[in-house]
Design a protein around this ligand. Structure first.
Ligand code: ZN
Length: 202
């Protein structure tokens, strides 16, 4: 499966001159929600991710996603694995599990995101599941930004990865874009101006 091509075809992988939320500049930007706009594509990607997880032999009882970003990917993965789906959400900045969702004692959970950058939200959701007595058996995402190492990839974990190293991360592909500080950005040097995705309706 050519995951990068699927992202491009869905306008989820943008090329240009972008200002990222970190303040760095990049010539690529992932608009992850766009790849899930077509349910057929969402289903296809989730089935491929589910295949990796099934092949690993890991026993999964449920998926938990951090809202908002992980909801669609998590639900699609839960559908492909035929397991329950719950989500964690931020209330006044604190990740919590609400809405009557029950984590049962010793149930095995995968935390699923659309994209793993440093994995901060995924880790917060995992801590909530564990606080309610559940086990975290793995992390999963459709795309991996390459800060955390995923199963089957040679990309090594960077120091800003927040995910625990003793749990596998399943993802379909690495999107390791070059990032530049504004002073060192080659596109800025050529006179182009970086823009923040979202500011032009994308
Ligand atoms: Zn720039």
């Amino acid at each position: 499966m050519d995951v990068a091509q699927i992202y491009k075809d869905s306008n989820a992988l943008l090329e240009g001159h972008f200002k990222l939320s970190s303040g760095n500049h990049s010539s690529f930007y992932l608009q992850s929600a766009k790849v899930l706009e077509d349910p057929k594509t969402a289903k296809l990607l989730a089935q491929e991710l589910a295949k990796q997880i099934k092949e690993s032999g890991i026993k999964v009882d449920a998926i938990c996603s951090p809202a908002l970003g992980g909801l669609i990917a998590g639900f699609a993965l839960a559908t492909a694995l035929d397991v329950r789906f719950i989500f964690a959400e931020r209330v006044e900045g604190q990740m919590s599990i609400r809405r009557g969702f029950k984590v049962k004692e010793n149930e095995n959970y995968i935390i699923c995101e659309d994209i793993i950058t440093t994995g901060g939200s995924a880790l917060e959701a995992a801590k909530q599941v564990e606080a309610h007595g559940g086990n975290i058996v793995a992390y999963a995402a459709l795309a991996n930004r390459g800060f955390c190492s995923r199963v089957g990839s040679t990309v090594e974990t960077k120091e800003n990865c927040k995910l625990p190293l003793d749990k596998p991360l399943f993802a379909l592909d690495d999107f390791t874009f070059e990032m530049y500080s504004p002073e060192n950005c080659p596109m800025c040097k050529q006179g182009s101006k970086a823009y923040k995705p979202g500011s032009r309706g994308n």
